[in-house]
Design a protein around this ligand. Structure first.
Ligand SMILES: *Cc1c(COP(=O)(O)O)cnc(C)c1O
Length: 391
């Protein structure tokens, strides 16, 4: 060990704000106590704007995958037809879950690094009948693609009676979300990505339309039974022992979002960081995996700089500069690295990371003009600051 702290720039888990750490460091109480009911009710109200919903938010003591599984198993039965849109590794998760439960899966698959467009989805849905649900990854963490989920939801509503089930695990808390206005039926996220918390809590919101389907469905689930979450939520509680510590933390996260000036400001910060990173890489002549149009506000996939051995480079960055990026998944391993800029991350962190990245590029004799990336990132930041000052 050394005394430097690791600068964690992964797309999850992500750093935890000091105030959230302190909030979690409180005495525990019973989940059947009045104290818990108050904490629970207040937290749920505070988190609703982040989902863009007036529906309840259910809290599961689980990772994001369990919440995806809950969304699937509560709505669809074996043999029923579903569509899964997959544009990367996490879309494939949804495929595996649906196949595991014996759903009849129609897979709309895109090349990794591309988004699914509304036109493609419409053409795919038109010949299909009796689709029970369409599963969409909002932010594909393996490639840094933000699917146009509002447009996709609209197409699903126009072409089918299917439920719109969205995995928002790596972007809710950093990307815009209007669950009600966009017609999303189930929206799911986890704690350890843009929500600035440790792993172990997941959040699920369900539309009225989806509840009707869930009530009719023969759900072979016990711990992940959403109806039991709903009936306990009416009492301000959860069916089993919840992750109380993480709920303390979630309450504080919502307070921090309020202090930032509301969720719109939090989303604006993420967009700014995205633009800073992308501009920096362009100035360094390092290619990005995705087009600007569908670029994620929470994670940027960056192609391996010319002539560099990526695994050596990432190790060097970590060992010598304490900067920790994530590598590529699946067939993109060695070809890209992933720069996480979600949750507890600010423009100053981007300037720091780009500067350290440049230092390592010099160590690897990469041909570029030192400072060009930092300057490009700074220009984006400055322009945003000036605009803010004018208001
Ligand atoms: C991380 C992630 C998951 C899985 O969440 P876990 O908490 O690891 O179970 C699912 N979907 C997406 C898009 C993710 O980024």
């Amino acid at each position: 060990m050394n005394m430097y702290e690791n600068i964690l720039r992964h797309p999850g888990p992500t750093p935890i704000p000091k105030k959230v750490q302190l909030a979690m460091n409180q005495d525990i109480f019973s989940h059947r106590s009045q104290e818990f009911v108050e904490l629970y009710r207040e937290t749920i109200e505070l988190v609703k704007p982040v989902f863009g919903t007036t529906q309840d938010i259910l809290l599961l003591p689980s990772g994001g995958t369990a919440a995806l599984e809950a969304a699937a198993v509560n709505t669809v039965s074996a043999g029923e037809e579903v569509v899964v849109i997959t544009v990367g590794a996490f879309g494939d998760y949804f495929v595996s879950i649906c196949e595991q439960y014996g759903f009849h899966v129609h897979k709309l698959e895109k090349e990794w690094g591309q988004a699914c467009t509304a036109e493609e989805l419409r053409a795919f849905l038109q010949p299909l009948q009796t689709i029970k649900a369409v599963f969409v990854t909002y932010n594909e963490t393996s490639t840094g693609i933000l699917n146009p989920v509002a447009e996709l939801a609209q197409v699903i509503r126009e072409e089918t009676d299917a439920l719109v089930i969205v995995d928002g695990v790596s972007c809710i808390g950093g990307a815009p979300a209007e669950m009600d206005a966009w017609g999303i039926d189930i929206l799911v996220t986890g704690s350890q990505k843009a929500m600035m918390l440790p792993p172990g809590l997941s959040l699920v919101s369900v539309s009225e339309r989806a509840w009707d389907v869930i009530e009719e469905n023969q759900t072979p689930a016990y711990y992940l039974n959403l109806q039991s979450y709903r009936s306990w939520a009416e009492k301000g509680m959860t069916p089993n022992t919840p992750a109380i510590t993480l709920i303390y933390g979630l309450h504080e996260v919502c307070k921090l979002i309020e202090q930032e000036g509301g969720f719109t400001q939090t989303v604006a910060r993420h967009n700014l960081m995205k633009n800073m990173v992308r501009n920096a890489m362009k100035a360094l002549h390092i290619e990005l995996l995705t087009e600007d149009q569908y670029a994620s506000p929470t994670i940027t996939a960056i192609k391996t700089p010319q002539g560099i051995d990526l695994s050596e480079f990432l190790l060097h960055l970590k060992q010598h500069y304490h900067l920790d990026f994530a590598g590529g998944l699946g067939h993109l391993q060695g070809k890209i690295f992933r720069f996480g800029h979600m949750g507890y991350c600010f423009p100053s962190d981007i300037l720091q990371a780009v500067s350290l990245l440049e230092a390592a590029l010099q160590d690897f004799s990469y041909d570029f003009e030192p400072g060009a990336g930092v300057l490009a990132a700074q220009e984006v930041y400055l322009a945003a600051q000036r605009k803010a000052l004018q208001r």
